[in-house]
Write a protein that binds this ligand. Structure first.
Ligand SMILES: [Zn+2]
Length: 311
């Protein structure tokens, strides 16, 4: 971001590497894709329309892939319509009865402890025999005046007994397969569009680097130019503006320094170094400014041997 004003060359090198990281080679993307399919134990020709729990850290550890490579490969796979990682998911729990009413009736006789939960489910969720219903364990617990954990346990029990299909809520990241798993070489992306995005990104990084390296131009103005606005005035408060301010001379300063130089030089010529030695209480940059000005005005000359002479 533009907030990066302090930098070391190492940081700039890292900026240059960013594009390789953000835009992995197709082979790398394929490698990540296959690793994911293996991690999820997904066979070729299956998976379309399914969501899977996806633990990025665990995956990376098992397949020796760093998180950036995985995330940026996933981003591309997402743009290309292969799969999508949803990191903020909340899928409520669902329940569907998977037995006939007659069977359920007999089951209730055998397991009276589970009868209240079955009755509450049937009363609270219409259609629960026909399709998976979103349920709330908390609501059930409140209705039955029971402990939440106990309700969850009983739901699991009914699930194990084959009475219901219970799938507890999910709030872990989900990886959604938009298409069936394919073999590595069948995984294609629009490489032209991909290279184009990469080029645009690299251009932005280059602009950013030149911005960070710039030492004279006002940074607000540079940002303005970056966003296409050429009419922004110098802000006067960024580090570069402050540097410029420190350098600029007031009329009084100029006069004082000019007088000092004339006083030191008299009619003699002096080595530049010697002159600066005698101007030690004055900022070197400011002294230089005055010398440059006098030189430009032809009132002072710097000889080839490095000696200064007033005219
Ligand atoms: Zn500025």
């Amino acid at each position: 971001s533009f907030a990066v004003l302090l930098y070391a060359d190492k940081d700039l090198e890292e900026l240059n590497d960013l594009s390789a990281q953000r835009f992995p080679e197709l082979e790398k993307i394929r490698q990540v894709y296959l690793a994911i399919a293996n991690y999820l134990q997904l066979e070729a020709g299956t998976g379309e329309g399914s969501s899977f729990d996806f633990d990025l850290a665990d995956f990376g550890k098992k397949f020796g892939l760093d998180n950036f490579t995985t995330l940026y490969s996933l981003k591309t796979l997402e743009q290309e319509g292969w799969l999508a990682l949803n990191e903020q998911v909340f899928l409520p729990s669902t329940v569907q009865f998977t037995v006939t009413k007659e069977y359920l009736y007999r089951f209730e006789q055998d397991r009276p402890a589970l009868d209240p939960l079955i009755k509450t489910l049937l009363r609270s969720y219409e259609g629960i025999f026909d399709y998976p219903c979103f349920i709330s364990e908390l609501l059930l617990a409140q209705l039955m005046r029971k402990d939440l954990e106990e309700i969850k346990q009983q739901l699991q029990e009914l699930h194990r007994a084959g009475i219901i299909e219970y799938s507890p809520r999910k709030d872990s990241p989900q990886l959604y397969f938009q298409r069936n798993r394919v073999r590595g070489e069948q995984l294609t992306i629009n490489i032209n569009a991909y290279q184009q995005r990469k080029a645009i990104f690299e251009k932005r990084v280059a602009t950013m680097i030149s911005y960070v390296k710039e030492e004279a131009d006002c940074r607000s103005r540079m940002i303005g130019v970056y966003f296409g606005d050429n009419n922004i005035r110098t802000c006067g408060i960024c580090d570069n503006c402050l540097k410029q301010k420190k350098l600029s001379l007031s009329k009084e300063e100029f006069t004082v320094i000019h007088e000092r130089i004339r006083h030191i030089m008299q009619d003699d010529s002096l080595e530049v170094k010697e002159l600066f030695n005698q101007l030690q209480d004055i900022k070197k940059e400011k002294a230089w400014k005055v010398i440059e000005f006098l030189q430009a005005e032809n009132k002072l000359r710097i000889e080839k041997d490095g000696r200064i002479r007033l005219k």
